[in-house]
Design a protein around this ligand. Sequence first.
Ligand code: SF4
Length: 380
Amino acid sequence: MASRERPGLYIHVPFCERKCPYCDFYSVPLAGSRAGIGGYLESVACEWRQAASGWPAFDTLYIGGGTPSVLDPEQIASLLDTARASLAQPAEITVELNPADVRAALLAALRAAGVNRLSLGVQSFADDELAWLGRRHDSAAAVRAIALIREADFGSLGLDLIYALPGQDPSRWRRNLQRAVALAPEHLSCYALTVAPGTPLWRRAARGEIVTDEDASAALFLDGSRLLCDAGYEHYEVSNFARLAGDPGASLRSRHNQKYWSRTPTLGLGPAAHSFDGERRWWNARDLDGYAAALAERGDARAGEERIDAAMARLEAIALGVRTADGVALAVVGDEQRCNVDRICDAGWATRREGALCPTREGLLRADGIARLLGSDPDT
Ligand code: SF4
């Protein structure tokens, strides 16, 4: 594992109270599967015993899902205990929460277990939007949850929001962001609604019941970025904003998520979890039963693996780098792409800074297109 940075650890919790109609993350509704939680916890502990050897200490742990907060506090703590001895100090330890699950007792248990960062799935502060998204909380519950989290004195709080709902008026998105800013989270993740194949939302779109509008989504992206940057946040990745900290140049970025964008090794545990050791990427069986059965049979839950050669590593570094404000090293892009780099800079989509090609706000909007251009053969 050739990386100067410490690796990150991710644990996927594959349970939700119920499925949201737009979601294609792997999770199962809790009704009918609660009895399987004990077996899941044992499987993760088993996977950890098999998978952890050879990995240096992790300096981030992210417990995501699914909805980790549908587990009992002791169950979340047991996941953390699984890996505790392999956490470097200080480690960033994040847990995702649904606002409907936030209680003072849960927060106290998470604090006691060493959690120092929470990610709250607010999605919207408008009740009609939350109902349309099929969420099980309303905006009052989100505001209550944030107040409880502040009382519990967690070091860092991130809020997730969704925009570009069909027909969403720009003023409604701005109001959502203004509500969020007023609550002063350290971190904000803003995701454009995507119609993922196979979801109930996708079936509605196929029937013509909902229509998405890419131009409207792009306008909301740019407007939201301007609003948040004016409010003291750094737009450091396509979907992510961190509040600027006291020191010049410092901000409250997610250390864990930055590992994905910088191609730092990460180990993923749990069904559907992905891992990367610097040379190979692999992914676990996507269903709970298949995951548990594979572990029981062969002590390994891998469903597939891919070796990353030098050409793929370059393309990955470009595709991930141009999604971040820190950009991609020009040495990685290569001298043969000089004309394309000039075109991108002339269009105002990026600037050259300290040996890197760094996307502007307009560039972040076009990150995938820029990556395709820089990854293409310059002679074609
Ligand atoms: S709560 Fe989150 S993970 Fe669960 S179904 Fe809804 S969006 Fe997906």
